[in-house]
Design a protein. Structure first.
Length: 324
């Protein structure tokens, strides 16, 4: 039984194969992501049904999570932060569910690819190609495709909120000032890509203004674009690297656990009891290490989900701030 449990976690990177949906690993990843989304939506629906004046069960848990996210958003942005709590909480719940889904043992299914023999009859077992297994479920956040997609959602989200904030018509900050918004708000939002060029234009004068400022404007545009892309890359790589690393450690530990148990059984069957006991003790040590890694993985999954949505809130607070 323990040997079969070790095979449940053998989820190493798939070998090179067909691209797109022709690759079974890609189909499994998409189906697993859809399943995680469905589970999160189902839990949210159950929590809403169990809510009310005095929430109970899952409704009480989700209300505490919502209040926690709301407090963080208000601490960063003030009361306006409540507008972004649903977006941030959706990201948090999905990333958390994706990370924790990797702690569940998921069996493989075998896909035989034997070479047909004469008149379509199966070939002898010696000439058959190796049987390849595919996971029925793959942890979404183990794939860089998923973490990059999440980073793109976050990136588009905080840029959308920043643009919408500048497009809204609002009275001027001082009496007699014109209202802001519309096409002027769009150019104000776009202007953050060449900041602090306007300040240098005001502070410098004469020849330096016309020679130095245009060159610095090109440099600042490049740096600001790189900063935006760095946010996208850092969000995706941070989540992918931490979850994938924990996943690989767990995979190797449980794979070695199965190997030690095989050796212990082989020694005992041949009468070498001492060798069997030695391998059994090593397997027990690996089992304890695996359990510890699972506990660390659960904590790391929560921390990474927390970091992801807090950074998203931080980026939103930057683009909706009045001084931006």
């Amino acid at each position: 039984m323990i040997q079969s449990l070790g095979a449940l976690y053998l989820a190493a990177a798939p070998a090179a194969g067909p691209m797109g949906f022709a690759n079974p690993a890609n189909r499994t990843l998409v189906a697993s992501t859809a399943l995680v989304v469905a589970v999160v939506v189902l839990l949210a629906w159950i929590g809403r049904r169990s809510g009310g004046l005095v929430p109970r069960g899952l409704g009480a848990v989700l209300e505490h999570v919502y209040d926690w996210v709301d407090d963080l958003a208000c601490d960063m942005m003030g009361p306006v932060g409540r507008r972004f709590v649903p977006f941030a909480m959706s990201i948090f719940l999905f990333v958390l569910a994706s990370n924790w889904s990797g702690l569940l043992p998921v069996p493989r299914f075998a896909e035989a690819t034997s070479t047909p023999g004469h008149h379509g009859a199966p070939a002898p077992s010696e000439s058959a190609e190796p049987v390849q297994g595919h996971l029925l479920f793959e942890t979404p956040s183990v794939s860089f495709n998923t973490t990059l997609a999440l980073a793109v959602v976050s990136f588009l989200g905080f840029n959308f909120y920043g643009l919408r904030k500048n497009l809204e018509f609002r009275p001027g900050s001082a009496p007699g000032h014109a209202s802001r918004g519309g096409i002027g708000g769009f150019f104000k939002w776009l202007s953050h890509y060449w900041e602090p060029t306007p300040m240098l234009w005001r502070d410098l004068s004469g020849v330096m203004r016309y020679l130095l400022v245009p060159l610095l404007a090109c440099l600042f545009i490049l740096l600001n674009v790189i900063e935006e892309l760095a946010r996208l890359i850092s969000l995706s790589i941070r989540l992918y690297g931490n979850i994938f690393g924990e996943h690989e450690v767990k995979t190797q530990l449980i794979g070695n656990l199965g190997n030690f148990l095989d050796q212990a059984r082989a020694f005992i069957q041949t009468g070498a009891v001492a060798g069997g006991i030695g391998y059994s003790l090593m397997a027990l040590l690996l089992w304890g290490s695996t359990f510890f890694v699972l506990c660390v993985g659960a904590l790391a999954g929560f921390i990474q989900a927390f970091i992801f949505f807090v950074l998203t809130l931080s980026y939103i607070s930057h683009v909706v701030a009045e001084e931006h």
